[in-house]
Design a protein around this ligand. Structure first.
Ligand code: OAD
Length: 254
């Protein structure tokens, strides 16, 4: 239930930060990292692909997993949460979207200048020399015709092309992290949507916002412990964001 306090703070806010995790894209059909996977990848833990060591140990298996995810994203549409977040931008003086997601669903819903803390599925690069690589759109059959896909080779050094996402043990892109941190410390309302808050340093952002006096609101269908100063809106991102928008601004996404 959207509380009066949250709607009032949103109405008065000068700068709102929307911080999203995999749960914000779940209703677009992109599985979260904690979901039990079904089908082709059911015996795999997504975390096992998210390291440079995993890629080097089995490039085709790792690349196949990321191509499967890229394929899902390309065929997905922004959901009610992405649309409500884009709509919120027209009601508040300033809105910053900071995402842990490696899809482009916020941009496709209409948000500009999204801060991607964990990179993007759409910006692959050479694992050896780091040069950016352009990928063709996946064909319909790909990668459902098999798990393993050999990664393309770098045109400059012949190294393997890897996904442009941040893996465990790697640094976040410096500009994205400093922009996300600055926004968290500067905003007056911080909406944390669909994240388990288990991966650092991204998970520090709600705490930084709270420490700088922002109203921090968590939106998630799974309740977790928060401090007495924070707010929890229990429910799916699309339902809760549309409700929050309606209660705060009397508006519904088109
Ligand atoms: P997780 O998969 O850890 O958590 C997803 C969260 O979304 C959980 O808390 C779910 O309860 C919640 N959720 C599920 N369905 C939802 C819905 N319809 N509406 C709202 N919430 C929903 O995803 P992240 O927190 O994003 O990192 O994970 C953080 C990072 O861990 C990811 O960016 C990725 C992963 O390893 C890298 O790849 C580096």
């Amino acid at each position: 239930m959207a509380t009066n306090t949250v709607t009032q703070r949103l109405q008065e806010a000068k700068h709102v930060v929307v911080f999203t995790g995999a749960g914000a894209s779940a209703e677009s059909g992109i599985p979260t990292f904690r979901d039990a996977l079904v089908g082709l990848w059911e015996r795999f833990d997504p975390a096992q692909f998210a390291t440079p060591e995993a890629f080097r140990a089995d490039p085709s298996l790792c690349w196949g997993w990321y191509e499967w995810r890229r394929n899902k994203v390309i065929h997905a549409q922004p959901n009610g949460a992405h649309i409500a977040i884009a709509e919120l931008a027209s009601h508040v003086p300033r809105l910053t979207v900071v995402t842990q997601n490696v899809d482009d669903l916020h941009e496709r819903a209409g948000n500009q200048d999204v801060i991607h803390l964990h990179g993007s599925l759409h910006s692959p690069k050479c694992i050896d020399c780091g040069i950016a690589h352009t990928l063709p759109l996946p064909t319909d059959a790909l990668p459902e015709n098999g798990r393993r896909i050999e990664p393309p080779r770098c045109t400059a050094c012949n190294g393997y092309v890897r996904p442009g996402v941040v893996w465990f043990g790697e640094m976040l892109p410096e500009d994205a992290w400093s922009a996300g941190l600055a926004a968290a410390e500067e905003c007056d309302v911080f909406l944390s949507i669909g994240t388990s808050g288990s991966v650092y340093p991204a998970a520090e952002l709600p705490l930084r916002a709270l420490g700088h006096g922002a109203t921090v609101v968590h939106i998630n269908p799974e309740r977790f412990d928060i401090s007495s100063q924070e707010h929890f809106l229990e429910g799916a991102a699309s339902v809760m964001m549309q409700k929050l928008l309606r209660e705060s601004f009397g508006d519904l996404p088109a």
